[in-house]
Ligand binder design. Structure first.
Ligand SMILES: [Zn+2]
Length: 371
């Protein structure tokens, strides 16, 4: 797996100079500071002091302009505005001895992560593996894009992955049950961070027999799915589940209201750019109060509650669509782009401002009950 942190610091520093020296760049021990290429203006006289609002920090390689651009990794900046620099850095990362890029998804050791045992976790790129085939069939049935699921894994279920004591007997928990292989027979959906490492994950049951269809890794704190890849300066979308979010460009999955609130608290960009934020929560009646809460924070609402399952082949034909994945599969009114996303214009056409959304909910369900 590619990790941008493998690029030597000296090469990153040279790249920053190459891209931003023309913007009156000054460098100190921790950061680079320069006139923002987007909102800044170079002074037209040598006696004027340039306004340097943009920074690149050397510890994280984050780029931020305190006037116009929320923080993101400088590699994004290179990718979008200096593709030749981006390509060269990518090559450096791979290029040790001229080896070709390693395409296969492998898991790196990460501090605090669940320790899958050798052979327990298999990439969905290993198409000959029968468990992988089951997982791929699950993904294809749901129209999840290949590019997305190829970076996912299946966790095999096998007694040999159970934890053992030094004497070879099975390790037992407080209830006398064996430990290890907790995520066996599940699709593992990693919460990738920028650079490719991951700790948190969703584990989706592939047998459909388990009472818990979804599990999270309980050993680490909850994370925002795709949180490192969100652009706050254009419309961004917030969904509950990771799979649903793969159908929406520039989206994150928040895992429910409680977690959402903590993410909003942790990252000021959410409220600063709330004009761009659209909530796409499941539209069942249990979710109405959550929707109100989110709209009271100032976010917009994509209302898809009126759309119905119009696929006669589907067992839920005629019913309301329950989630985005069902809408994608079984609602012909849901407009899709050729590359497999829900059409952003279609979303915006059915999106209400916070004020209008609250009004609509109050008309439909009555004003919120006082508690
Ligand atoms: Zn700027």
């Amino acid at each position: 797996m590619v990790d941008f942190r493998d690029i030597p610091n000296a090469d990153m520093e040279a790249a920053v100079h190459e891209a931003f020296d023309q913007y009156s760049l000054v460098e100190d021990y921790n950061s680079f500071n320069f006139v923002c290429p987007y909102c800044g203006q170079m002074p037209n006289s040598e006696f004027k002091k340039p306004e340097r609002k943009a920074y690149v920090y050397k510890d994280t390689w984050n780029f931020v302009c305190y006037k116009c651009k929320p923080m993101h990794n400088v590699m994004w900046e290179f990718k979008e505005s200096h593709p030749e620099i981006f390509r060269r850095l990518m090559f450096m990362m791979y290029g040790k001895g001229g080896t070709t890029p390693q395409k296969r998804y492998e898991r790196k050791y990460v501090e605090g992560a669940y320790q899958f045992k050798d052979g327990e976790l298999v990439s969905l790129e290993e198409e000959n593996d029968p468990d992988v085939q089951t997982a791929i069939a699950f993904c294809q049935k749901r129209h999840i894009r290949e590019k997305v699921y190829k970076s996912w894994f299946v966790c095999k279920r096998d007694k040999r992955f159970l934890d053992k004591n030094p004497d070879g007997t099975l390790k037992l928990n407080a209830y006398g049950l064996p430990t290890g292989n907790e995520y066996g027979n599940r699709l593992i959906i990693p919460y990738y961070r920028f650079g490719g490492s991951w700790i948190q994950f969703d584990a989706r049951d592939l047998s459909d027999k388990s009472k818990m269809r979804y599990r999270n890794y309980a050993g680490a704190k909850r994370e925002l799915y795709n949180g490192d890849f969100i652009h706050f300066n254009k419309p961004f979308f917030m969904l509950e589940g990771a799979i649903d979010s793969t159908f929406i460009k520039n989206s994150v999955a928040v895992g429910g209201l409680k977690h959402f609130k903590s993410f909003v608290e942790a990252d000021p960009n959410f409220l600063e750019y709330k004009e761009n934020g659209v909530i796409i929560f499941d539209a069942d009646e249990a979710g109405i109060d959550d929707l109100r809460t989110v709209m009271n924070m100032g976010f917009k609402w994509f209302d898809w509650s009126k759309f119905r399952n119009d696929n006669p082949q589907s067992p839920d034909f005629g019913g309301k669509v329950k989630d985005i994945n069902e809408a994608v599969l079984n609602c012909s009114e849901f407009k899709m782009t050729p590359d497999g996303y829900v059409d952003p214009e279609f979303i915006m056409a059915h999106t209400y401002s916070a004020e209008a959304g609250i009004m609509l909910l109050n008309m439909k369900y009555g004003a919120p009950k006082k508690r």
